[in-house]
Write a protein that binds this ligand. Sequence first.
Ligand code: NAI
Length: 293
Amino acid sequence: MARDISTIGVIGLGTMGAGIAEVFARNGFSVIGVEQNDEGVERGRAHLQHSTDRAVKREKLTTDEQAELLGRITLTSEMKDLAEADIVVEAVVESLAIKKAIFGELDGIVSPDAILATNTSSLSVTEISTANSKPGRVIGVHFFNPAPVQNLVEVIRTVVTEPQVLEDVQGVLARLGKSPVVCGDKAGFIANTLLFGYLNHAVSMYENKYATREDIDAAMRFGCGYPMGPLALLDLIGLDTAYEILDTMYKQGRDRLHAPAPILKQYVTAGLLGRKSGRGFYTYEAPDSPVVV
Ligand code: NAI
């Protein structure tokens, strides 16, 4: 039987964690947000305030709803305050050592039937789960950025995740109005595995001088209805980030679609990182400017 879930713990209130806390609070859940120190707590609070202020400005929330939403979130720097959580979503930095330390610490804090979720993008959920005495209660929930806006959540079940845990998580995500998809524990999950194979192929086409950057991008925009072409999208993601993602997937899966195109590494080494550095496949006048030179 599905478990009654009303209290959500979120560990790490950075880009993703603050957004995840907001989504749960917006949908009536009580949220306990944990940061590593008081400074982190204040940063998290500011993030939540800023994001909900924007929602009010865009008339997605009334000021009363904003006050109710923020009233459902308690912020703390103490992990032990998570004792009441039915589900804990970990969203700290992408470090296996830090995540494992947290999943180990949760053992002595949460109830034995709590669900423990990680928002990792590339680490092994199975490996993280081994740090806890109940690996069957551990699952991946990969929200997309920004969490309050993007509908997709990839749910990663390991070979030992209990079926009831998967069912409960899918039920909760449906209550958030999200569209959960389920996959196994392999770097890249569904979306990045498919997306980055395609992006890497576009880089190879460009590298082999098969077509110009403009024509490669135009083909996918005007022929396939994609909002951005692959090379412009890579510039937006950041070529260093894209390289790391491809490299991790290639090392794990050995699928040659993910073997990073050599020119990608050369661009990164030369400091051409895309929009954030002003130049990647295209040149940008200002970091956010779409002007192409
Ligand atoms: P971030 O760096 O913005 O936030 C991480 C937060 O965790 C920081 O506020 C930090 O103070 C806090 N933290 C670190 N150690 C902690 C501890 N021991 N206890 C409590 N808080 C701690 O990182 P971001 O981008 O939010 O990423 C978080 C996770 O989400 C990572 O695993 C990342 O791979 C994943 N992710 C990131 C996406 C993105 O677009 N940024 C998209 C989807 C997943």
